[in-house]
Write a protein that binds this ligand. Sequence first.
Ligand code: OAD
Length: 299
Amino acid sequence: MSGESAAARELLAGAVRVVVFTGAGVSAESGVPTFRGPGGLWKTFRPEQLATPEAFARDPRLVWEWYGWRRGLLAACRPNLAHVAIARWMLRRGGVALVTQNVDDLHERGALEAATGLAREGRLRVAAGPAGAPASEEARAAAPDASPLHDDELPVEKIAAAAARVAPIRLHGSIFHVRCTNCRARSEHRAPLDASSEATLPRCGACGGLLRPDVVWFGEALPEGALEAAFGAAARADVCLVVGTAGAVQPAAALVHETAGGGGRVIVVDPGETAYDAMADVRLWGAAGEVVPGLLRDV
Ligand code: OAD
């Protein structure tokens, strides 16, 4: 193990509260394109043509077609080792809040994989208390909780409840949620999309209004509750672990400064340059799926 990895593990082991802050890079090894850098979405598409309220008002069909294409890409992707390792660590350790800028559902699916793995090993606990609360001594204990389980004995509801407890705080919304442009009702939406004409676009079940993806577009405010929860967790954190974000988009990018400003430490995992390189206490250059599992193992 490199000196940098050991230093990062020491910081994490000594922390009571941690915030993990992820961006598109955490999903890159799952096959999801990032926004910037080689092959990034903004190299192929212009943000103002697709990811703004004006673009949607001008041509909702085109915008939905793009989101439908991205949903299709995601259907073929699986959570990678980093998503699973983060969730497994959160489930075992407690005291960790996960904040993501990503609109994919790979953290959630990674949490289901992690909870299932722990259940198979007889190590799944459903801790009381909210996600992000410091771990109890009991929750930190490394011993298995029960004997390993076979797949036909897995406690499916317990697994789902545990995975839900480590769900990310989403700063930029979700590609699998929609909001009505008329009555503003929100709901989950995973049905296949038909963006062949404006008449086939998804409509609100309550009022018939045109639905839009419930994501944050350029020029829009971030969801207030998520912003408050994320920045509160960052301000209280002893360590902010940043994984796979260039740190170029405000206000999300300022989250890391919230931890640093409160005297917390910053660890950055990314194979490319980021806005945080000069301020990082520990800088780990590498892909999330290669670095994160070893970093979080048993700390
Ligand atoms: P970016 O595309 O700006 O940055 C992706 C980061 O991931 C870069 O720093 C890459 O070096 C890094 N990266 C690439 N492969 C990686 C890997 N295998 N492991 C770890 N890191 C890797 O994406 P974000 O920072 O997430 O906003 O972008 C922030 C926001 O800008 C997005 O949420 C989106 C976008 O416009 C909205 O849509 C509102």
